[in-house]
Ligand binder design. Structure first.
Ligand SMILES: CC(C)(COP(=O)(O)OP(=O)(O)OC[C@H]1O[C@@H](n2cnc3c(N)ncnc32)[C@H](O)[C@@H]1OP(=O)(O)O)[C@@H](O)C(=O)NCCC(=O)NCCS
Length: 146
């Protein structure tokens, strides 16, 4: 059974482990996730579990009507089962008061770009050398009032 619930401090080891397996640039550490879960007032962090095993996670910031997707990932063993879609669908529905949603995605990350396009995100601009491997980011935006 697939469930989405708030990320707890006890999830941090597992989440950081998945993060280190799926990213090879700008990897968030356990401490980065801990700050989001425990300290940041406008951060909202969730895990998606598949039969109680953490399969993925999402971290967003919501402030002044603007939703910003900061990090999202699905563990390699759980891909292409619609779980990424579940997380994005969940998070957009979770903030009905949001007026717009933003995110940065690596320009070459076509799986993620397709996922976001399915939810009505479109490219707004590029940020040069945004990631710590020197690669560029695409800023994508969705108007949530439509
Ligand atoms: C991007 C990511 C979250 C997608 O997760 P997922 O659970 O595999 O995605 P889903 O099964 O829900 O697929 C949703 C859509 O994404 C797109 N997609 C996902 N993987 C894809 C792939 N390998 N190739 C092409 N399109 C892909 C498709 O449009 C797919 O829709 P479809 O199944 O109707 O064709 C996952 O690949 C991931 O964690 N990648 C590494 C981390 C990352 O890139 N995060 C986003 C950074 S901004």
């Amino acid at each position: 059974m697939v469930t989405i619930r708030p990320m707890a401090s006890s999830d941090l080891d597992e989440v950081a482990q998945i993060e280190s397996e799926i990213y090879d640039y700008d990897i968030w550490t356990r401490e980065s996730f801990r700050e989001e879960v425990e300290l940041k007032k406008h951060a909202h962090c969730f895990v998606l579990t598949d039969n109680e095993v953490i399969a993925g996670y999402i971290v967003v910031w919501f402030y002044a009507g603007e939703l910003h997707i900061g990090n999202v990932g699905i563990g390699s063993a759980f891909r292409r089962k619609g779980l990424g879609k579940e997380l994005i669908r969940f998070i957009l529905a979770h903030f009905p008061e949001a007026e717009s949603a933003y995110l940065e995605v690596k320009k070459t990350n076509s799986p993620a770009i397709r996922l976001y396009e399915q939810f009505g995100f479109s490219a707004l601009m590029e940020r040069r050398a945004y990631y710590n491997d020197g690669s560029d980011a695409l800023v994508m935006v969705k108007n949530m009032t439509l």
